[in-house]
Design a protein around this ligand. Structure first.
Ligand code: SF4
Length: 63
């Protein structure tokens, strides 16, 4: 399972980095970045929650 953030859509709310810090981090421009290639098993649930909770649909999580 992998995650991707569309930088153009991210509005820097911080939700994903807050609820799923092993996958998402805010970079120096305060835009979310994915910090792993493969999502660790124990972060799959919070990655999906991030995708569903992102206010601008900037996150894509797929197999
Ligand atoms: S939840 Fe969406 S808008 Fe908020 S920081 Fe993460 S990617 Fe950006």
């Amino acid at each position: 399972m992998k995650a991707h953030v569309d930088r153009d859509k991210c509005i820097s709310c911080g939700l994903c980095a807050s609820i799923c810090p092993d996958v998402f981090e805010m970079d120096e421009e305060d835009i979310s970045v994915v910090i792993v290639d493969e999502i660790p098993k124990d972060s799959e649930s919070c990655s999906i929650d991030s995708q569903e909770g992102c206010p601008t649909d900037a996150i894509i999580v797929d197999e």
